[in-house]
Design a protein around this ligand. Sequence first.
Ligand code: MG
Length: 168
Amino acid sequence: MNKKIQDAINDQIQAEFQSAYIYLAMSAHFAERNLNGFAHWLQLQWQEEIEHAMKFYHFILRRGGSVELKTIDKPEIELTNPLQIFEAVLQHEQYITSRINDLYALAVEEKDYAFQTLLHWFIDEQVEEEENATDIIEKLKLIGDSGQALFLLDRELGERAPEAESNE
Ligand code: MG
């Protein structure tokens, strides 16, 4: 397979696993504070990021390429209050969106149509990721210092169900 594309996808596999690791650290932080709904939501987020990494992983293998797993860093995030944590989630997803956009630009440049098709899924997914984080941020802003409202949001986030598995 095209070496430039293979290298870029291997970097993206690392970025997706890195995202998973960041969300798992956030999930642990909330679980330690008995905000188990937030912890649950972020643990599902962790699982989704692993699935994202694996979509790219299988794509390389199906194209006859070579997977190169890279180092995952210790999550460097400031675990302060829920609002700041979800602002960090949004910022991180915006960073991932810019990476996906760069991959798409490369796929167009290299005339790799199969890769463009794979990336269409990710482009839609990133709209959803940013929308979800923004939605929680807006709620946290309304909640302010109300412990009772935070408790209710925690309960709501605890009801998040895993997304239906795609057939890849
Ligand atoms: Mg992702």
